[in-house]
Design a protein around this ligand. Sequence first.
Ligand code: SAH
Ligand code: SF4
Length: 374
Amino acid sequence: MPGAYEIGRDGLAALLADQPTYRVDQVWRGLYEQTRRPEEMTDLPRALRSRLEVALPPALRLVTERRADRGATVKWLWALADGATVETVFMRYPDRATVCVSSQAGCAMGCTFCATGQAGFTRHLGVGEIVEQVVAARRAAAAEDAAGAPGAACRLSNVVFMGMGEPLANYDRTWGAVTRIHDELGLSARHITISTVGVVPGIRRLATEDLPVNLAVSLHAANDDLRDGLVPLNKRYPLSVLVEACRSYLAAKGRRLSFEWALIAGVNDRARDAVELAELARPLGAHVNLIPLNPTPGYPVRGTDPAGVREFRDRLGELGVNATVRRNRGTEIDAACGQLAARAAGDMAAPAAAPAAVQAAVPVAVPVAVPVVR
Ligand code: SAH
Ligand code: SF4
């Protein structure tokens, strides 16, 4: 079953081969410009609508929706056709609205501190499964506006690949989705950000593409010994190689590079960590996004406290590096990278209680990392 946003225009034309040719445009516009499901395309004959409803089913089935920040942050957990689960977070502000999408169910990169990494890899998402997350955000914004939700909020303006999975390990489908989001949903490349843990061949390939998307690299450590322990991929692509790939991306695209840094108490928030990071970031003109680590069951280490986060930011500033502390959003819903999916899986399996030490280390309310994208 291809799914409404998996199928390309040619596939749609084949599906509508028995129809007048203008129907292809009509349905395509219905899907992308109006973000309607086939059954909502009331301008189509009823029989055709019913046929398309069966032929182009939604790829995402809602399992849970959780809201925070008086409804401005919403997190969806979806089940895919084969039962795999992924999550999407949508954050609305007066001046922008950002959707954070997943690119894989699970992740094979095994970063020690990450809930998705701890759960392991299930499978790649298809183009349609990624695009439909963006469509869900656009539909949700339109529905809220139609319902007269209080406060001015922006329409969907930014897409960040910072949900579950490593987008550059699923390159072709990620790029297929980026192209669709740009060409058909009308978002500009500078409003699309790909976050990677450092898949160097993927960064090099990105540099050859036409669309100059933003690149965010999840660094977390600026020396190889420390990074090897946090991000296993560093053993394959050590910092010198990663930095060189970032440099060529910058040279090719002229886009601002950002480094993500999850501050872990006593691990990467020391004075010398700031010095190492500054030495690496300054020559690249990279911007640093700081967020305190969200403890996860497999890595129950505390995030740096707010004062320590500010101190680290200020230290970077003194060393000539711009850094932003990410605003936390969604403090009462489950959080970063894979945690909602992990909890839902746990609920279904009704596991034995976690050891007390782990329970104590995992806060009930975990903040959602808000990507800083302008
Ligand atoms: N795989 C890609 C994109 C998804 S992860 C990547 O790693 O960049 C999105 C972001 O969440 C990354 O910056 C990642 O390092 C961060 N992250 C993962 N687990 C986290 C945690 N427990 N606390 C804070 N940030 C976390
Ligand atoms: Fe995968 Fe990113 Fe999590 Fe690392 S941080 S395990 S790359 S999702």
